[in-house]
Design a protein around this ligand. Structure first.
Ligand code: HEM
Length: 394
């Protein structure tokens, strides 16, 4: 139950934590795009909300006026020493933090993880296939990227419940609850400190071992703080994003039988369909802090304010995507921005695409017929996706 004052006017008082936005944000953005393409609110210490593709694109590319040192519009912000490079870094420091993370996520590196992802999906399906239904968010989508990431980082999958609690505290409760955010950041940092120190002495083949061996241009190894920040980022950015996208895709297929049956009949269409579903249900909304006065589309933008960078709103702009509100599984022209734009564009897009494809292929192969079986609830804040998604089979 929200205790926030209800929004009186989306153009001058918007709030992305308002229950109406959480339930269905698309009509709000469609309306603002027509009537007030750069909305503003005095909430959160003051924040702008652009809804047109071109404006969102211009901001994402402009690192001179828009900083990533704060990447969420929230009531409270984590302290600077709890940054998560490269996502919270600006040029010139951003470049190195990003470069060290690229090799583990190339298409070839990700391909080696495919058989493991297939096994994870099938074990999850085995557990519910004979029960006639499941919560596709809690019993399926949430586990797949979490298990893959635990394997990559070289930490036990059995700690999955703790990871989920931290991710939730960072991205959901943490938007309004400073103590919950700080507790999660500290617990995550302490959890990864021991394996990091151990890998400094005895490196293995996992991602933490890889990171502790990386160097700055002057030859020093990455600091503990840097390694821990990047590991926290991978856990938070690499898990909730993908499970939320997958949950939204399953939700769409549960309520749109013609699309589901088409993918069952034409599995080769799945990669193209994933791009369209990513466009339509992009899960990630970031933010920037304005650090120098500028203008976007004629609207003056003041330093000290935040900007909500809604890649999901850009993806619904009809000026770029004809019939933007419709899901067209075989849409041809589809330069969606679900993975962002510019220097911070997602590092994990190959991994996310592989996990999404495997998870849909396995589910549709083994459970080709399913529909919604009860009310669906959605997360709020940086990442949007279903948190309860009851489906019934057959
Ligand atoms: C469907 C799943 C995913 C979506 C929609 C998504 C979306 C995004 C977006 C929009 C950004 C840009 C952030 C910004 O501009 O501030 C981003 C950055 C990032 N993502 Fe993802 N992401 C997904 C999955 C992943 C996965 C699986 C990983 C793990 C490897 C990952 C790691 C990262 C990292 C490290 C960055 C920061 C890059 C930088 O700052 O240079 N993401 N992601």
């Amino acid at each position: 139950m929200s205790t926030r004052p209800p929004v009186s006017d989306w153009a001058t008082d918007w709030d992305h934590l308002d229950p109406r936005w959480v339930e269905d944000p698309y009509p709000i953005w469609d309306d603002l795009r027509q009537t007030c393409p750069i909305a503003h609110t005095n909430r959160f210490g003051g924040a702008y909300l652009p809804t047109r593709y071109q404006d969102i694109r211009a901001i994402a590319y402009d690192t001179q006026h828009f900083s990533s040192r704060k990447v969420a519009v929230r009531d409270v912000h984590p302290p600077n020493d709890r940054g998560a490079p490269p996502i919270t870094s600006d040029p010139p420091r951003h470049r190195l933090a990003r470069l060290v993370l690229l090799p583990p996520f190339t298409p070839a590196a990700v391909e080696t993880l495919r058989p493991g992802a297939q096994a994870i999906c099938n074990a999850l399906i085995d557990a519910f296939i004979d029960t006639g239904g499941c919560d596709a968010a809690a019993e399926y989508a949430q586990h797949i990227p979490l298990k893959v990431m635990a394997h990559l980082l070289g930490v036990p999958e059995s700690d999955g419940d703790r990871f989920r609690a931290w991710i939730n505290a960072t991205l959901q409760e943490g938007a309004t609850d400073q103590p919950a955010l700080m507790r999660a950041l500290e617990e995550m940092t302490e959890y990864f400190r021991a394996p990091m120190l151990e890998r400094r002495k005895n490196p293995g083949t996992d991602l933490i071992s890889y990171l502790v061996q990386q160097k700055y241009p002057d030859g020093r190894l990455l600091t503990d703080n840097h390694v821990l920040g990047s590991v926290r980022l991978l856990l938070v950015a690499g898990v909730d994003t993908t499970w939320s996208a997958l949950g939204a895709f399953i939700w769409h297929l549960a309520k749109t039988p013609e699309d589901r049956r088409r993918l069952v009949a034409e599995p080769d269409l799945i990669p193209t369909a994933i791009e369209e579903l990513l466009r339509a249900y992009a899960p990630v909304t970031m933010a920037r802090e304005v650090v120098a006065e500028t203008e976007i589309n004629g609207c003056p933008i003041k330093p000290g304010q935040m900007v909500l960078l809604s890649f999901p709103a850009a993806n619904r702009d009809p000026a770029i995507f004809p019939d933007a509100e419709r899901v067209i599984l075989d849409r041809r022209e589809n330069r969606h921005v679900a993975f962002g734009l510019g220097i911070h564009r997602c590092i994990g897009s190959n991994l996310a695409r592989m996990e999404l494809a495997v998870a849909l292929e396995e589910l549709l192969r083994r459970v080709p017929e399913f529909g919604l079986a009860g009310p669906v609830t959605w997360s709020k804040g940086t990442v949007r996706g279903p948190r309860r998604l009851p489906i019934r089979f057959g």
